[in-house]
Write a protein that binds this ligand. Sequence first.
Ligand SMILES: Cc1cc2nc3c(=O)[nH]c(=O)nc-3n(C[C@H](O)[C@H](O)[C@H](O)COP(=O)(O)OP(=O)(O)OC[C@H]3O[C@@H](n4cnc5c(N)ncnc54)[C@H](O)[C@@H]3O)c2cc1C
Length: 240
Amino acid sequence: MADRLIGKRVPVLDKGWIELVDLMPHPESGITGDLAIVNAARVSFLGESKGAERDKKLLFYLLRHRHTSPFEMVEFKFRVRAPLVTWWQWVRHRTWNMNAQSGRYTPFQEDDFYVPDIWRKQSRDNKQASEGALLEAESEDLTRKLNAHYEAGYRLYSEALDKGVSKEMARLFLPGFSVYYTWVTKIDAHNLMHFLRLRMAPDAQYEIRVYATAIHKHFFKSALPWTAEAFDKFILDGGA
Ligand SMILES: Cc1cc2nc3c(=O)[nH]c(=O)nc-3n(C[C@H](O)[C@H](O)[C@H](O)COP(=O)(O)OP(=O)(O)OC[C@H]3O[C@@H](n4cnc5c(N)ncnc54)[C@H](O)[C@@H]3O)c2cc1C
């Protein structure tokens, strides 16, 4: 199962995606991620696997009691394409290692912009959040205007490039929050769970929640089935 995970790419939003580039322990090592966690915990008394049932029980004990360092023995490396609004929230999590595309080096393309499906309304209770949606006709009108805005920004960007302006300056014409970026990023399972808990929560912005949910559904659960089960039970549902 896990070997087929490496290289798997899942579409997210209109033009984004997330792909698993690498995993530690690598599937070819023959050690599952869950077992790497258990073995790391058992180093305390220089032991290793004691069979699936006892191993799983130990892993659940570790997570329930927040004995977190063994979970740092598993690492995920992803390649992500997401709008800058997502990137901006993602980079607040200091435990991800990152390398990003450079807009100073690579020119942006005409369709590198996020177009939402619906326009969410401002939440009444939470000044940061959204709820519900505009009516379809209002949404369509806004989307038309958004696309016109992208076209105008991109035209000015291209004009500036044609005049010999540097890419690092020409990009000032682009609608910043919506432009798609690509980055490579790595995190251990302990800090990934922290990220998932915060960014899968209903108060997280939709544009990052869909990426966190894709990681949980397509990569985390498949790579670490016992850990994911314990995470869902003690952290997602149980709160923490
Ligand atoms: C719904 C939501 C709304 C938000 N709104 C805002 C906002 O309006 N403005 C804003 O600026 N941010 C906002 N944030 C970002 C938030 O404040 C955190 O920066 C972000 O969630 C990362 O959390 P973290 O620091 O726990 O995670 P990480 O940076 O991944 O760190 C993980 C853990 O490591 C430890 N750690 C890491 N670095 C340090 C350090 N230097 N010192 C001490 N401990 C450290 C902490 O225990 C931390 O919890 C929001 C986040 C969410 C989920």
